[in-house]
Design a protein around this ligand. Structure first.
Ligand code: HEM
Length: 478
C-alpha cells in the first residue's frame, strides 16, 4: 500500500515529505506537543517546503521566510484562507473569531474594524494608559514575584479591555468581574481551538457531547460556547451601557459603533471583531512577557547592560516611556530577541489555500492547510548564528544601532498579518523597559543559600509559554 501511495503522490508532483501510513497519513509521525520540532526536522530531510497528509487533510509546511513570503504575501489572493473548522466554529462558539474566519466578506469587515483603531498612529493614544498599567505591573511583581504569569495576564488583558472597550480594570489587584469573565472564557476557548482538535472533532463529531466531568470533558461544546458567548457579550454590553449614560471614553469599540451606523454594518460584527482582539492578544502578550522574564533570570549580564543603558538615558526620577525607545537600542534589541528566542506562536496561525497552485515545480492542492514554521525561521543559523542562545546583540550593528531586522515574521504574513502588532510592541516594550529600570530579577536560592537553576519547561498548545519557575525580584532603587 505504501509504495502505491508513494507513487500516487509522486505522480501528483506534491512537494517532498514523509511517507504517509494508510488511513492516518502522517499524523503519528508528528510530535503532538511540539509539532514545530517535527516540521523543523523535516526541513533538514525534505527542504523549505514539505507536503504531508494527516487524517485526510493536505498540509504544506513552509520552513523558511522566503517561501512563506513567496506564497502567503506575494500570492495572498490564494493563501489567505483558514482551514475549514466549521464544526468547531459552530458548536464551540468560535464563529465570532476573526482569527479563524474563512477568507470572506465578514472577515474583510472585521479586519477593517480592527485595523482602523490598531494602526500605528491611533494606537499612540493609549500609551499613557499602557504606562499606568506598567506601573501596576511593577508593584505586583515586587509584591508577588512568584505570580509573574498572572501579573502578565492582568497586564495584557487590562490593556486590551481599555483599548477596545474603554473598560478600566481597577488598579492594585482589585478584582474585576469583566476581566475575570473574559479571561476565563478565553482560557477555555484556547484549549479547544487548535487545528488538532478541529481535525479530531471533525473525524469524531460525538466527542463534542462528552460530559464535562468525564476525561476529555474539555471537549464539551455547549460549555465552551456558553463561555465564549459571555466573552464577546459581557464587555460589549457594558460599553453600550456606558455609551447610553455618556461615560464612555475613546476606544476602538466606540469608533467602530459610530462608523457602523453610518456604514450600515451590523452591530454583531462590531461586537465580534472586538471580542477577537482579546482572544488573539491577551494570551500571546502575556506569554511573550514570560519569555522575557525567563531570559532575564537566566542572563544577569544582559540585565546589567540594559540597566546601564537606561540609567544613562532616563533620569532616575521617572520611568522610561515609549518615547525613549529610539535612545535605548539595547532595550529594543532585547524586545526583538524575546520575540525570536521563543516565539509565542511557533507555527503562526496556519493559513489555507483556496485553489490548486504550482510553486517551484510542485503542486499545492487547493484546500491545503499552509503552515508557516515560525520556529524554523527563528532557528535559521545563517541569519541567527547559535540560534538557541538568547543574544540581543544579533539585532545591533557594529555601531550599536538596531539593524533592519524587526523579526516581523513572528506576526504572520500577508493579508492575515497580526493587526495588533503596533499595540503589542508598545505594550511589550514599555513593560520590558520599566521592569529593567526598576527591578532586578535573580535566580531563586534554596534554604541553604544555593542558587536554584531554572529548568525551563513549556506550556505548549497553539501558543508556547514558559511554565512558572522560581526566581527572586528586588527593587533596584535607582
Ligand atoms: C506577542 C503578541 C502577539 C503575537 C506574537 C501575535 C501574532 C499573531 C500572528 C502570528 C497572527 C496570525 C497571522 C497570520 O495568519 O499570518 C495573528 C493574528 C491576529 N492577531 Fe496577533 N499577535 C499578538 C498580539 C495581538 C494583539 C494584542 C491583538 C489585538 C489587540 C492581536 C490581534 C490579532 C488578530 C485579530 C488576528 C487575526 C488576523 C486575521 O486572521 O486576519 N494580536 N497575531
Amino acid at each position: 500500500t505504501t509504495s502505491w501511495l508513494h507513487r500516487k503522490r509522486r505522480d501528483k508532483g506534491y512537494p517532498p515529505g514523509p511517507q504517509p501510513l494508510p488511513l492516518v497519513g502522517c499524523a503519528q509521525q508528528i510530535d503532538s506537543v511540539r509539532p514545530w520540532m517535527t516540521y523543523t526536522e523535516w526541513k533538514v530531510l525534505y527542504g523549505d517546503i514539505v507536503y504531508y497528509t494527516a487524517l485526510g487533510q493536505d498540509a504544506v509546511v513552509l520552513n523558511s521566510e522566503k517561501v512563506a513570503e513567496d506564497l502567503l504575501e506575494k500570492r495572498s489572493s490564494n493563501y489567505s484562507d483558514r482551514m475549514n473548522m466549521s464544526i468547531v466554529m459552530e458548536f464551540y462558539g468560535v464563529a465570532f473569531d476573526t482569527v479563524f474566519m474563512r477568507h470572506n466578506d465578514t472577515w474583510r469587515l472585521h479586519r477593517r474594524i480592527l485595523q482602523q483603531g490598531l494602526r500605528r498612529e491611533p494606537v499612540k493614544a493609549y500609551r499613557s494608559m499602557q504606562a499606568q498599567r506598567a506601573l501596576e505591573l511593577l508593584h505586583n511583581l515586587k509584591d508577588y514575584p512568584g505570580e509573574a504569569l498572572q501579573h502578565f495576564h492582568r497586564y495584557s488583558g487590562s490593556i486590551i479591555l481599555g483599548v477596545v472597550y474603554d473598560h478600566n480594570v481597577g488598579l492594585d489587584k482589585d478584582r474585576d468581574t469583566v476581566l475575570e469573565t473574559v479571561a476565563e472564557a478565553n482560557g477555555t476557548g484556547i484549549h479547544v481551538v487548535t487545528p488538532g482538535t478541529a481535525v479530531l472533532v471533525k473525524a469524531f463529531p460525538f466527542l463534542r457531547h462528552i460530559p464535562r466531568w468525564m476525561p476529555g470533558g474539555w471537549l464539551n461544546a455547549a460549555y465552551c460556547k456558553g463561555q465564549l458567548d459571555d466573552m464577546v457579550n459581557v464587555p460589549f454590553d457594558e460599553l453600550k451601557n456606558r455609551i447610553v449614560s455618556g461615560e464612555a471614553g475613546e476606544c476602538i469599540g466606540i469608533d467602530a459603533l459610530e462608523r457602523s451606523i453610518q456604514a450600515k454594518i451590523p452591530e454583531h460584527d462590531v461586537r465580534d471583531a472586538c471580542g477577537s482582539a482579546f482572544s488573539a492578544g491577551a494570551e500571546t502578550t502575556a506569554s511573550a512577557l514570560m519569555v522575557f522574564f525567563l531570559a532575564m533570570t537566566l542572563h544577569p549580564e544582559v540585565q546589567s547592560r540594559a540597566q546601564h543603558e537606561i540609567d544613562t538615558v532616563v533620569d532616575a526620577d521617572r520611568l522610561p516611556t515609549f518615547d525613549d525607545s529610539l535612545s535605548l537600542p539595547y532595550i529594543e534589541a532585547i524586545y526583538r530577541e524575546t520575540l525570536r528566542w521563543y516565539p509565542v506562536l511557533p507555527l503562526g496561525i496556519p493559513h489555507a489555500s483556496e485553489r490548486d497552485d504550482i510553486y517551484r515545480g510542485h503542486q499545492i492542492p487547493g484546500g491545503s492547510v499552509v503552515i508557516p514554521n515560525v520556529w524554523a525561521m527563528t532557528r535559521d543559523a545563517d541569519k541567527y548564528p547559535d540560534p538557541e542562545v538568547f543574544n540581543p546583540d544579533r539585532f545591533l550593528d557594529g555601531e550599536g544601532n538596531v539593524t533592519d531586522d524587526e523579526c516581523d515574521f513572528v506576526f504572520g504574513f500577508g493579508r492575515r498579518v497580526c493587526p495588533g502588532r503596533h499595540l503589542v510592541k508598545a505594550s511589550l516594550w514599555v513593560a520590558i523597559a520599566c521592569i529593567l529600570a526598576e527591578l532586578r530579577i535573580e535566580k531563586a536560592k534554596d534554604s541553604e543559600g544555593r542558587t536554584i537553576e531554572p529548568n525551563p519547561e513549556w506550556i505548549c498548545g497553539m501558543t508556547m509559554c514558559p511554565k512558572p519557575f522560581p526566581c527572586n525580584v528586588f527593587a533596584r532603587g535607582r
